[in-house]
Ligand binder design. Sequence first.
Ligand code: PLP
Length: 412
Amino acid sequence: MSQNTPTPRYDANWTTDALDLDNLDYGMQTLAVRAGQHRSDEGEHSEALYMTSSFVYADAADAAAHFAGEVKGNIYARFTNPSVRTFERRLAALEGGERCVATSSGMAAILTLCMAYLKAGDHLLAAKQLFGSSMSLFNNYLVKFGVTVTYVDVTNHAAWQAAIRDNTKLLYVESPSNPLAQIADIAFLSQLAHAHGALLAVDNCFATPALQQPLKFGADIVVHSATKYIDGQGRALGGALIGNADLLQEAHLFVRTAGPSMSPFHAWLFTKGLETLKLRMLAHSDNAMQVAQFLSNHPKVLTVHHAGLPDHPAYKLCKKQQLAPAAIVGFEVVNGRTGAWQVIDNTHMLSITGNLGDAKTTITHPATTTHARLTPEARADAGVTEGLIRLSVGLEDAKDIIADLARGLDTL
Ligand SMILES: *Cc1c(COP(=O)(O)O)cnc(C)c1O
């Protein structure tokens, strides 16, 4: 079948695309631009947006065969939708995974992970350095269903070894972590998990597959908030899980039953986001490196947390796992909360918002926003001090980002 031959509507091979048919070893940027596209019989060049919740059949027998699972095909958009499937196939290709299950948000992906792979009596072992809502989900909801949760420092290998139990079913980390850019040793955690019959899930939101592919280091499941860099422009909520096909079937069954499914419109935005993901991530990283260097030399800055700086404890590990150090920069200023707020309030251009992974640089005071709902002890464990500021370095000119930060810092 040539690339321009539309696939017949009722073809049982509905999951194939032109790249599969060639069966070649395509590079990441080719996959980012072309993987997963399924042309309709209109022959459209750009990926179509299928805003439809249901699907029609050739005849009654065909409908029955679809519902019986004898014929593969779309039934209802809570289960599958062609625009969502294109996004899933493209992201799976980029992560080097067999299958992706898209969800309505990053948190919906993490909920799906919990519902699909944990049950009452199981133990979840997670890093202390996690996105605030991930911790709240585990602490306030997961425990209601009889799952116990323990947190350990992401970089303390002995603590992971000591905390794993016979009933530990899932290890959960973010790498790099928010907001201190701590790096999880994925190969170590994968060996530990597998030696105890547990799974390792890695939230790859900050590095994205453009910079890091956790499955290659032994992770079983990759977690994404597509809301961040995959969209990259702050427009839509979405999430995903990626892993091998059999494992991900459990996640698919939960999503099709419970309904945290991705909107086709969002999938279409994210699919186009993936095309430029690597170009954007390299540019984000480059800007972040310049900003981190500027901050390290500023007299009012006490510490800079960025794994691209040679004195960061995870500099070497970051180099091993990531193509570039990514673009979240945490830094501590003098005078605690007063100092941090003063810096933030004296910038003119940077967006004061809790969001990250946007083309626009964002500046956040984690202790009073993203991490405000944690207990003081949990905040301290996560390294979130009163003087800490988090930047998600965007795609403006680095000199302008630096000049704006200088405006704030020079008032201290
Ligand atoms: C934002 C975020 C999430 C949650 O994603 P949503 O799309 O906001 O639900 C999970 N993990 C990390 C690291 C995040 O930054």
